[in-house]
Design a protein around this ligand. Sequence first.
Ligand code: ZN
Length: 392
Amino acid sequence: MPVRPVGEVVGAPGAERVLLHAEVVYDGIGLPRPDAAVLLQAREGGYWLSDVRDHAATARTFPEARAVDGGFAVSPPVVNAHTHLDLSDMAFEASPYAAFMERVIAHGRAGGRGLAAAERGIAELKRHGVTVVGDIVTDPAVMRRLLEDPDLTGVAYWEVIGLRDEEADERFEEARRLVAGFRALERPGGVRVGLSPHTPHTVAPRLLQRLAAWARVEGLPLAIHVAESPLENDFHLHGRGALAEWLAAFGASVAPSGVSPVRYLYDLGVLEAAPTLVHMVNVSEEDVRLVARAGSVVVHCPRSNAALGCGTFPWQLYAKHSVEVAFGTDSRGSSPDLDVTREVAAAREAHGERANVRALVRAAVKGGHRALGLMPPQVRRGGGADGLVVWC
Ligand code: ZN
């Protein structure tokens, strides 16, 4: 279900009105509407938004308008708020989380990550009609490539991993030097540079605190994978399980905290930087309260969570506490493609009646922009229809 520009779906304009209807219609203002329609007016060689209304009533009022089926949804551009484009050559495979992490490491050691893979990922994103992206970057060449792309916007987060406290200062200085160089390449309206401490367990506490404090002072967008696998709670709360063994084998400084990974971030002061939190599947209501208070946006990657056996995202709990949720595909290693509208379809199937379809569409648009620190787009009456896409 890639998204396509409205003009491509309704065809060349004539002296006519078009009634573009869909299961959900969202102009970015207020709430998305169910079974609604966008009334378009042909003018000056293009289509302009005349109104957004109830489908049946508008069809009766404008019987001469040409009806076009917009399928599931019509909305402003959707956002893929979390992916790893440099893993686009990794074969998709459903496997337990611990085995997946081993596969990622092996794929990287075999030279599978890098610019060539990212190029394929960028091309795939654009094929799906998506140009707003949150990407985790591990290669300076990929960072430069994203910053110079004329069609993309969003955030390229420089990933930092550092398991041992003794290397914290060195890792921090290295990240600071690299990010300063990348930021000099930012262009107005283009991709921004952000920072991604990988997870609460793969970044030693001192490094995590320094990175978060620096991001806060510099206004750098921050994204962290948190509470993805149940193994994280096993490690933090009880000091046991596959993750605990893996970290011990690598001589990691991160010790079991006795609290949840989210509470651990709160205790370290990391949530004060309002980081975008990716996955957030294995959380308690207390965790969600902390996230709501911090004003963080949560990125939901339902297909990846299912493929890695991570559990089910508590959609209703986030809705109850008014936490902004966005969608991301994660990498091609844990997702069959980079089409974020398929994440929405997967969420609809997984959550059923627990998630309102209009809230799902809003999350893919408004939540996605918020996750990346961008102004959510609005398409007002009298505005060009180019600001809308059709999910079909
Ligand atoms: Zn990820």
